[in-house]
Design a protein around this ligand. Structure first.
Ligand code: KIV
Length: 268
C-alpha cells in the first residue's frame, strides 16, 4: 500500500483517474475512509459547523485544527492528509501563515495545508512552498469570506468574476500550489480551469469535469441536522453501512457518476 502524495495526484490527473476526497475530523472516521480507499482526507474548517455547531467556519482556531488533525492523522495510513488554515491564521502576513502551517504539520500531522483566496494570497502560497510546505488553494465560494460574499452563493456566474477566478487559478499554480479546490462555481468555469491547469482541481459544487471531488462527510452521510447544500448527495440512501456509503461515493466519483447535473450549477 503506497501512500498518496501530491505527485500521485498529479499523475492521476495526467492519467484521467478521478481523485476522491472526504472530510474527517476524528480517528474512527478517518480510519474508515482510509480503509475504504479514499485518496485524500481533509480536516476542513467545516468542523466549526458540523462538529461544533457554529453558523460559519469563522470561529475555528488553529488549536482546534491541530487537535482534530492529530486525531485524523492517527487513523490514516494511505490517504493524503490536508488540513485547513482557519480564518485569521494566514491572512495577516506570509510569516504568520508559515507559523500556523508549521503547527498544523508539526503538531497536527498534516501533509498539505489549504488556504482560501486568490491573487492576494499568491505571495503567501509562494512563501510556504519555498519553505517546504505543500499548499492546496481554494477559490470560488470561500466560506471564510461568507460575510463579504453576502452568503453561501454560487461564484463566477458573471463574466468579470469568472475571469478573475480563472486568472487567480493560474497565479496560484504559478505560486506553487499543488492542488486547487473549486467550490460552488459553474460547471463550464470549472471545466475551463481544470483544462488550463497542470495541478489537479478538486470540486465541490463545481460539476463533473474537475480532476477530483470532495464532500463534507456529515453531508454525504445525511447526519448534519441543518439543510445540506444542493451540490451534496446523501450516500446513506441505499447503503446498509457507513463504509458502504463511503465506498459508493468513491465508486460514483471514480466512474464520473457523481456529481450529476442536479448537484451542479450552470453559468446562467
Ligand atoms: O472546510 C471544508 O470542509 C472545506 C471543503 C469541503 C472543501 O473547505
Amino acid at each position: 500500500m503506497k501512500p498518496v502524495t501530491t505527485f500521485t495526484l498529479r499523475e492521476m490527473k495526467r492519467q484521467g483517474e478521478k481523485i476522491t476526497c472526504l472530510t474527517a475530523y476524528d480517528y474512527s472516521f478517518a480510519s474508515l475512509l482510509d480503509h475504504a480507499g479514499i485518496d485524500m482526507v481533509m480536516i476542513g474548517d467545516s468542523l466549526g459547523m458540523v462538529m461544533q455547531g457554529h453558523d460559519s467556519t469563522l470561529p475555528v482556531s488553529v488549536a482546534d485544527m491541530v487537535y482534530h488533525s492529530r486525531c485524523v492523522a492517527r487513523g490514516v495510513r494511505r490517504a493524503l492528509i490536508i488540513a485547513d488554515m482557519p480564518f485569521m491564521s494566514y491572512q495577516q502576513s506570509p510569516s504568520h501563515a508559515f507559523a500556523s502551517a508549521g503547527r498544523l504539520m508539526q503538531k497536527g500531522g498534516a501533509q498539505v495545508v489549504k488556504l482560501e483566496g486568490g491573487e492576494p494570497m499568491a505571495e503567501t502560497v509562494q512563501f510556504l512552498v519555498d519553505r517546504g510546505i505543500p499548499v492546496c488553494a481554494h477559490l470560488g465560494l470561500t466560506p471564510q469570506s461568507v460575510h463579504q460574499l453576502g452568503g453561501y452563493r454560487v461564484q463566477g456566474r458573471e463574466t468579470t468574476t469568472a475571469e478573475r477566478i480563472q486568472r487567480d487559478a493560474k497565479l496560484l499554480q504559478q505560486a506553487g500550489a499543488s492542488l486547487l479546490v473549486l467550490e460552488a462555481v459553474p460547471t463550464e468555469l470549472a471545466k475551463a480551469i481544470t483544462s488550463d491547469l497542470e495541478i489537479p482541481t478538486i470540486g465541490i459544487g463545481a460539476g463533473p469535469n474537475c480532476d477530483g471531488q470532495v464532500l463534507v462527510l456529515q453531508d454525504m452521510l445525511g447526519v448534519y441536522p441543518r439543510p445540506s447544500p444542493k451540490f451534496s448527495r446523501n450516500f446513506m440512501e441505499g447503503a446498509n453501512s457507513i463504509e458502504a456509503a463511503v465506498r459508493a461515493y468513491i465508486e460514483a466519483v471514480k466512474t464520473g457518476k457523481f456529481p450529476a447535473p442536479e448537484h451542479s450549477f450552470s453559468s446562467s
